[in-house]
Design a protein around this ligand. Structure first.
Ligand code: HEC
Length: 204
């Protein structure tokens, strides 16, 4: 038994595998280089340089920040724009410039940019008809602006008025749902206003 053990431990180790040199196929080298190049390129373009805040499809911190909601941007403006597209754009145009023979401009309008919104709140709530002067220019339309107060919620009226007071370079303050409710409560039901009647509403 001890003989046997001795014998096996003395067996010569197996020959090491011979190192054979094979040439690397050129296509493999080329494929590797292409892979290296494209990964470096991809990393450079969209890797965000290991910044934990940056993930695809963003490429840099600046890119990510550009898509963050602005803390100081009133959400009424975004919501109001949607109301405008649905309820006002057909006549006043997406540019706010109005349409000839259909509606006057809201962009730069002295009605829209009045310090307080008490007059323009009445316009969508009750409608408007009769000759009108907007920023010194006289208009006369065949069709009135109909009331939209029954088609839009009080919040939607507040949002769309906030939007038109800030869009296209207009720079007037926001309109709250409470302001719209107050006007509705004060007036109740009534037919269209005329611009002349609205002029008498104190711009408070
Ligand atoms: C059917 C077309 C029509 C639609 C839709 C319409 N308007 Fe008007 N709008 C008019 C007309 C016409 C006048 C001028 C009324 C007049 O002649 O007295 C006017 C006047 C105005 C004015 C005052 C004048 C000015 O140029 O500043 C405001 C403000 C206004 N509209 C806002 C709106 C808002 C907000 C909406 C959507 C909620 C809207 N309008 C939807 C036709 C329209």
């Amino acid at each position: 038994m001890s003989d046997e053990t001795k014998q096996s431990s003395c067996t010569a180790p197996e020959a090491e595998p011979a190192v054979t040199h094979t040439t690397l196929p050129i296509w493999l080298v080329a494929a590797f280089l292409i892979l290296l190049f494209t990964s470096a390129w991809t990393f450079n373009e969209r890797g965000g340089w290991f910044d934990a805040k940056v993930n695809q499809p963003f490429t840099s911190v600046g890119h990510v920040m550009a898509y963050q909601p602005r803390m100081n941007e009133n959400p009424q403006i975004r919501l109001g724009k949607a109301v405008f597209t649905k309820a006002c754009e057909n006549c006043h145009d997406a540019s706010g410039m109005g349409r000839q023979g259909t509606a006057p401009p809201l962009a730069g309008s002295d009605w829209v940019n009045a310090p307080k919104p008490d007059r323009i709140i009445r316009i969508p709530l009750y409608g408007l008809s009769g000759p009108i002067t907007v920023s010194g220019k006289q208009y006369s339309f065949n069709l009135a602006m109909m009331e939209l107060g029954s088609a839009l919620s009080e919040q939607e009226v507040a949002n769309v008025l906030t939007y038109i007071r800030q869009a296209w370079g207009n720079k007037a303050g926001p309109v709250s749902v409470e302001q719209v409710q107050a006007v509705k409560k004060e007036i109740g039901k009534r037919p269209n206003f005329t611009p002349e009647e609205l002029q008498k509403v104190a711009d408070r």
